[in-house]
Design a protein around this ligand. Structure first.
Ligand code: NAP
Length: 220
C-alpha cells in the first residue's frame, strides 16, 4: 500500500494517522473542506525526518482515484459529507471508517442510537455498492496516536469489514503502524461492539484521569 486519503485528516485522530502513515512511507492526502487552511496547518506539523509526502486536497479531489480512504470526521457530519462525495469514489475503493457515534454534551459522554446498528453500517448504507467498507482505528485514542515522540502504540486494534478484501486491506493498513496489532473480528456488524469499547475506554480515561486507555487481547 503506498497511498491513502484521510477525510478529516486535519482533526486529532486524522492527524495522528497521517503522521504515522507518512512515517511508514505511505503518501497521505489530507482531505479538507478548506484546503488552504489545512495546507497551512499541515506545514506546521512535526514530521518524522524520513516521512513520505503529505498532500492536501479538497474532499472530492481526495477521494477521486483513491484506492483507500480513511473516514475520520465527526459522526454527526458523515451524512452531509458522504452525500457530497458519493458519486466521486473510484471503483473498488475501500473506506476505512474510524467514526464513533459518541457526543459530549455539557461534558457528558453519550452514545448515539444508530438505526443501522453501528456508525460503520451507517456509512456502508451511504456508499455505492462498489465501495467496500471496513472499520479500524476506533479504539486507539488520538492522544496516543498523535504523540510527538512517535512511540510504538503497544496495543491491539479491532478490524471488521463487509468483505474479506475490505478486512484484509484494513489489516494491512493497521500493520503499517509499529506496535499496533490488528485483530480481525469479522463482519461489519461487529463495529457496534467496537464502538461501545471506545466509549468504555473514554469512561476509563475519565474515571482514572488518564488519556491512554486502549486494548490488548490476551490468549490470541
Ligand atoms: N479523538 C479520538 O481520540 C478518537 C478516537 C477514536 C475514534 N475517533 C473518531 O474519529 C473521528 C474524528 O475524530 P476527531 O477527534 O479527529 O474529530 P475532529 O477533530 O472534531 O474533526 C476531524 C475533522 O473533521 C472535519 N469536519 C468537521 N466537521 C465537519 C463537517 N461538518 N463536514 C465535513 N468535515 C468536517 C474537519 O476537517 P476540515 O475542517 O479540515 O474539513 C476536522 O478537522 C470521529 O468520528 C471520532 O469519533 C476519535
Amino acid at each position: 500500500m503506498n497511498a491513502v486519503s484521510i477525510l478529516g485528516g486535519t482533526g486529532q485522530q486524522g492527524r495522528g494517522l497521517a503522521r504515522r502513515l507518512a512515517a511508514a512511507g505511505v503518501t497521505v492526502t489530507i482531505g479538507s473542506r478548506d484546503p488552504a487552511r489545512a495546507r497551512q496547518g499541515v506545514s506546521e506539523w512535526p514530521m518524522h525526518p524520513s516521512a513520505a509526502a503529505l498532500l492536501v486536497a479538497d474532499n472530492i479531489a481526495a477521494v477521486v482515484d483513491a484506492a483507500l480512504v480513511i473516514l475520520a470526521v465527526p459522526f454527526t457530519s458523515v451524512d452531509g459529507l458522504l452525500d457530497e462525495l458519493r458519486p466521486h469514489f473510484s471503483a473498488r475503493a475501500i473506506v476505512v471508517d474510524v467514526t464513533v457515534p459518541v457526543t459530549f454534551a455539557a461534558g457528558k459522554m453519550a452514545m448515539l442510537e444508530v438505526t443501522e446498528g453501528s456508525a460503520s453500517e451507517h456509512v456502508r448504507a451511504r456508499l455505492p455498492e462498489h465501495v467496500g467498507v471496513a472499520a479500524a482505528f476506533k479504539t486507539i485514542p488520538a492522544h496516543v496516536l498523535d504523540d510527538d515522540a512517535n512511540q510504538p502504540l503497544d496495543c491491539d486494534e479491532f478490524v471488521c469489514g463487509d468483505s474479506e478484501e475490505a478486512r484484509a486491506r484494513a489489516v494491512s493498513l493497521v500493520q503499517l503502524l509499529p506496535g499496533l496489532r490488528p485483530v480481525d473480528v469479522g463482519p461489519l456488524s461487529r463495529a457496534r461492539s467496537v464502538e461501545h469499547l471506545t466509549a468504555l475506554a473514554i469512561a476509563i480515561n475519565r474515571r482514572h484521569k488518564i488519556h491512554e486507555a486502549r486494548y490488548r487481547i490476551v490468549g490470541l
